[in-house]
Design a binder for this molecule. Structure first.
Ligand SMILES: *Cc1c(COP(=O)(O)O)cnc(C)c1O
Length: 408
């Protein structure tokens, strides 16, 4: 049966019988799995039989979460990791070789930017381009380009990648299209719609939502023909090419790197995911109301939010995304100190996290972008008074009221 998004998440565990008729899927903390017939253990190792071998490669609790994320992204398979960064790093490590080339958006989560620098040092060349226009991506593609990497909405300036045309470009060229969907979440946008091959989600953010567990996931949408990808090892080329990439990521990424998601955080994230759609709708409504309030305020000079009509990618964001997301940023008028302002907020918490139920704010130049220096910040359009807000699910009047009094 083709069920709705939230129904599918809520009832996904029941597709297989749940132990003791539990309504809530129990948590499995076992590291080892024993088999009465040792030949079955051998079959599991040879990928001839489904089953668990050792906790580093997965357990029934992470598998239950993987099934949920696969549903959310309308994919064919998902692998969970200890963090979003672990999912990105392990996937790159599993799929790239020295001499390969990657085209990446230059509007990127800072740690992903740093990670790509590491792969550069290991012999993979990376071209960073302004991905709000697919023409820039097209110009950077070479014979050795193995994948194109973009984020849906960039943080903190909220640039929206040219997702539809980049997807069409990758399909035409036969290149893997890798989309980080963290900022939109699968409720607001499914990258598969525009041809994504692999989708990454930091489960730490909106999907978990409660700021109580780290996690990450990579999902294969089933759209890419892995027989065209030169870096799949012979031992992972089973009868069905649809399984090749995920098997290689599970072995070369999850097993060899070992950044495994433990059962306890997987269980918490799975519970958080049940209300993803409800929370995101509320975050989007709050963020739009706050963006409009700030845009009209005399002490605020600029507001960056794809839901505002003057945002450069407003039309695309409106067409593709169910809502414009829970993240916005703004610049204070000259002479107002960011930290003084943040200290006046009573409800909003000064914190670096995002995608939490609580509204969090942070001055960008002085924290996350401090290391890169003033010159690089100016290049990236990060002003010294830029404040990022991750909008939560508080009552709208309380949220706006807090910003009103702090600006007053
Ligand atoms: C937070 C974030 C990540 C990394 O996720 P962690 O779970 O913190 O490792 C990756 N991409 C984006 C867009 C993020 O916001």
């Amino acid at each position: 049966m083709n069920r709705g998004f939230t129904t599918a998440i809520l009832h996904s565990d029941r597709e297989a019988p749940i132990e003791h008729h539990s309504v809530l899927k129990p948590m499995h903390t076992a590291v080892a799995f024993g088999y009465p017939d040792s030949r079955d253990l051998v079959k599991v190792f040879k990928n001839e039989m489904p089953g668990y071998s050792y906790g580093r490669q997965g357990n029934p609790t992470t598998a239950a979460l993987e099934a949920k994320v696969t549903r959310m992204e309308d994919g064919i398979a998902t692998i969970c990791f200890a963090t979003g960064m672990a999912a990105i790093a392990s996937t790159f490590a599993a799929l790239l070789r020295a001499g390969d080339h990657v085209v990446s958006s230059s509007f990127l989560f800072g740690n992903t930017n740093s990670l790509l620098g590491t792969f550069g040092a290991l012999g993979c060349e990376v071209s960073f381009v302004d991905a709000t226009d697919a023409a820039n991506v097209a110009r950077a593609i070479r014979a050795e380009t193995r994948l194109v990497f973009v984020e849906t909405i960039a943080n903190p300036r909220t640039q929206v990648a040219d997702l539809e045309r980049i997807g069409a470009l990758c399909a035409a060229k036969g290149i893997v299209y890798f989309v980080d969907n963290t900022m939109t979440s699968p409720w607001l946008y499914r990258p598969k719609r525009h041809g994504a091959s692999l989708v990454i989600n930091s489960l730490t953010k909106c999907i978990g939502g409660h700021g109580n567990a780290l996690g990450g996931a990579v999902t294969d949408t089933g759209l890419y023909d892995w027989t065209r990808f030169p870096n799949i090892h012979g031992s992972y080329k089973g009868a069905n090419p649809a399984n090749w990439c995920m098997l290689q990521i599970r072995k070369k990424g999850l097993r060899d790197v070992g950044a495994t998601l433990a059962a306890e955080p997987a269980h918490r994230i799975a519970q958080g995911s049940e209300t993803l759609a409800l929370r995101m709708d509320r975050c989007c409504a709050n963020a739009l109301a706050l963006a409009r309030f700030l845009a009209a305020h005399p002490k605020v000079t600029r507001v960056f939010y794809p839901g505002l009509a003057d945002h450069p990618q407003h039309r695309a964001a409106t067409e593709w995304f169910r809502g414009a997301g829970g993240l916005l940023s703004f610049e204070l008028a000259d002479g107002i100190d960011c930290c003084d302002f943040l200290n006046r907020l009573e409800l909003v918490i000064s914190s670096s996290h995002l995608g939490d139920n609580r509204t969090l704010a942070i001055p960008i130049a002085q924290t996350i972008y401090w290391d890169m220096g003033a010159a690089r910040r100016a290049e990236m359009g990060i002003s010294e008074s830029l404040i990022r807000v991750s909008v939560g699910i508080e009552d709208e009047a309380d949220l706006i009221g807090d910003f009103r009094q702090a600006l007053g």
